[in-house]
Design a protein around this ligand. Sequence first.
Ligand SMILES: Cc1cc2nc3c(=O)[nH]c(=O)nc-3n(C[C@H](O)[C@H](O)[C@H](O)COP(=O)(O)OP(=O)(O)OC[C@H]3O[C@@H](n4cnc5c(N)ncnc54)[C@H](O)[C@@H]3O)c2cc1C
Length: 404
Amino acid sequence: MQGQTEYDVVIVGGGMVGAMLAAALGHSRLAVAVIESQEPQPYHVSDPMDLRVSALSLATETMLSATGAWDGVQTRRSCPFRHLWVTDGEQGQDTRFFSGDLGTTHLGTIVENRILQLALVDRLKSLSNVTWLCPAELHSFDISDTAVNVTLSNNDRLTAKLIVGADGARSKVRDIAGIQTAKSSYPQHALVASVTTSFEQQATTWQRFTPTGPQAFLPMPGRNASMVWYHTEEEVARLTGLSDDAFLAEMTETFPAMPGTLESVQARASFPLSCSHAKHYVKPRVALIGDAAHTVHPLAGQGVNLGMLDAAALAENLIETAAGQHDVGAYRRLRRYERWRRFDNSVMITALDGFYHAFKPQPKPVRVARALAMKLANDITPLNKVITRYAMGTMGDLPKLAQP
Ligand SMILES: Cc1cc2nc3c(=O)[nH]c(=O)nc-3n(C[C@H](O)[C@H](O)[C@H](O)COP(=O)(O)OP(=O)(O)OC[C@H]3O[C@@H](n4cnc5c(N)ncnc54)[C@H](O)[C@@H]3O)c2cc1C
């Protein structure tokens, strides 16, 4: 409710992950405010594809359905995929994953980040216990024994029992709370391009690992696709500087053969890549979720999916705490969320780092072992199924909201 200044939970950042937490707290007994600096751009059918897209896991889709936001994605624009094809460009070995092998209609869905955020924000604006404060920016906060006192950049003040940092990789909440992160950067940048294709919408997403970095194809609705090229900073700068025609020609020559041609480039941008993990996810009256807590190499498209699981796990924790008439900012209760999600995220961060290193230029024995591992993953059905379920986010200790 606009004008209200006292809340149970203040969420800083109404991006995909912060908006999911607010939606998951909908209809609970908690009064929630979301502080977001930028309203997402409204969507029109004729809009060009956004550059920033995410491959959503089935677990994320389940959470979006449970919070009533999935319809808002489907009525706008999205592209489900049924096949995932991973290939070792150096050794020629590949591994294929099919939704049919798991009895599911698809393995995941590619969605533009803005569309996902819009669907969630529409949803939370309809919830009577959630207030959307936008445009609004966190300036500072201080913590007392009983509350968090939050000051916005326009000097408005709010109080809450808990402040949640969902404010992305450069989280101000994390900095003000004095939470340290372990960080490393990859000697790679990602060049992301949205392209128009001569061929119709595909049901296959693929990734090819090369010694200089992976190349990925993500199908989008209609004759559109999102393509990612990971390379050194210098090479990404060179590719970014090419004319559209020269860039398309290099992509056509360097990427695996496609069912048709790449017709035009709609947009291009590059991103540096880093891996970071907050040493703590919680402090008294503070919790971190999403990129504020961790960033991972995007090669397996897990970043936002991990953040969504954080949001669902924290919502479950807070709803249980409130139902028992306990303080939602109490450290001892928040620690349960931290133990749960920090462990699961550490496993994924280690696995993705392992992937990155396995596909770097390696001596022959490592390359042979890598090819063998891919062959086993392809040929041994139970192993293939386990890997697919992990990638779809349907294995592990899932929050209730993510359970089918
Ligand atoms: C090249 C690339 C490709 C990727 N591909 C995938 C993929 O396929 N699948 C996947 O799962 N992930 C992918 N990711 C990762 C994914 O984009 C991130 O994990 C995701 O955006 C994190 O969401 P978030 O809501 O935590 O943070 P953000 O998206 O960064 O949102 C933070 C929000 O907080 C707001 N904010 C920040 N500071 C303040 C403040 N002081 N006051 C008020 N508001 C504030 C911002 O405006 C923003 O809306 C990719 C990343 C990159 C770089």
